[in-house]
Design a protein around this ligand. Structure first.
Ligand code: HEM
Ligand code: HEM
Length: 208
């Protein structure tokens, strides 16, 4: 059955730009720049902007980009698997139900990567090291400076522990993202072969 989509092209420019922008940043941060380098962090903030733009577009963009066109529904995904097994080729305005689950999983995973990355890279602390003399004097009215330094060391190690947790979360989410990307590419290739439609080329700049 010939597949038809509403409009001239299935994906509008914002969907295409955010998709390939996200792909670019993932490759940049995973393979090109150093882990946690300045270039990595700037790219990370750019990634956050791309994901935010895509989410905004999911509420206000054209039908194929809207979240309401591809709700996250395991029930529909199971029905879609049934269609695949029965060799039924259905039409979808946007992602098919399995593709939809994949897109939400990728965005959620990117959300965790961005949050943990910003937690590590975040804004500089408001209290500078070494602390101001006035603060040391004020504290020393109650406790010895030695004790104060001890408390500082304690705070330092608590911060280190929190940072370690963010680092673990960041790394685990990145590894999970690699798994999702692998499944995504297999899914796109499978869908292209199965339905004979232009799934892959639809995301290209001039793809319909
Ligand atoms: C999808 C995009 C990203 C990928 C593939 C990625 C990958 C990685 C990897 C593999 C590490 C090493 C983890 C480890 O220490 O074992 C790392 C570290 C780091 N990433 Fe990302 N990252 C991404 C996005 C971000 C974002 C959005 C930010 C923040 C804006 C960020 C900030 C950092 C920082 C600060 C570290 C250093 C951790 C340390 O001190 O060891 N990353 N990243
Ligand atoms: C870093 C790697 C990748 C990531 C993180 C990624 C992520 C995504 C996301 C989040 C979507 C949903 C798009 C939206 O609604 O805005 C999507 C869709 C899509 N991606 Fe990727 N992608 C990656 C690599 C690729 C590659 C290499 C290809 C080409 C072979 C590709 C082809 C597509 C296509 C054709 C769709 C639309 C699928 C459909 O018809 O439902 N992607 N991708």
């Amino acid at each position: 059955m010939e597949q038809q989509y509403i409009g001239n092209s299935r994906w509008d420019p914002i969907v295409k730009i955010t998709h390939w922008g996200i792909v670019g940043v993932v490759i940049w941060n995973a393979l090109i720049v150093g882990e946690g380098s300045i270039a990595h962090i700037y790219a990370g903030y750019f990634l956050a902007a791309l994901v935010a733009l895509r989410i905004f577009w999911g509420f206000v963009g054209p039908a194929s980009a809207r979240f309401t066109s591809f709700p996250p529904s395991p029930r529909r995904a199971m029905a879609h698997i049934g269609d695949i097994l029965a060799n039924k080729k259905e039409k979808h305005i946007s992602h098919n139900p399995l593709g939809a689950l994949m897109a939400y999983a990728v965005w959620a995973c990117l959300g965790v990567i961005i949050a943990s990355g910003i937690a590590m890279a975040g804004p500089p602390p408001t209290v500078e090291y070494p602390v101001s003399l006035r603060e040391i004097v004020r504290e020393s009215e109650h406790e010895s400076v030695g004790h104060y330094e001890e408390r500082y060391e304690e705070r330092d190690s608590e911060e280190d522990e929190a940072e370690e947790v963010f680092e673990e979360v960041h790394e685990a989410a990145v590894n999970f993202l690699y798994l999702l990307i692998f499944l995504h590419i297999v899914g796109v290739a499978f869908e292209t072969m199965r339905s004979g439609n232009r799934t892959v080329t639809s995301m290209l700049p001039r793809g319909k």
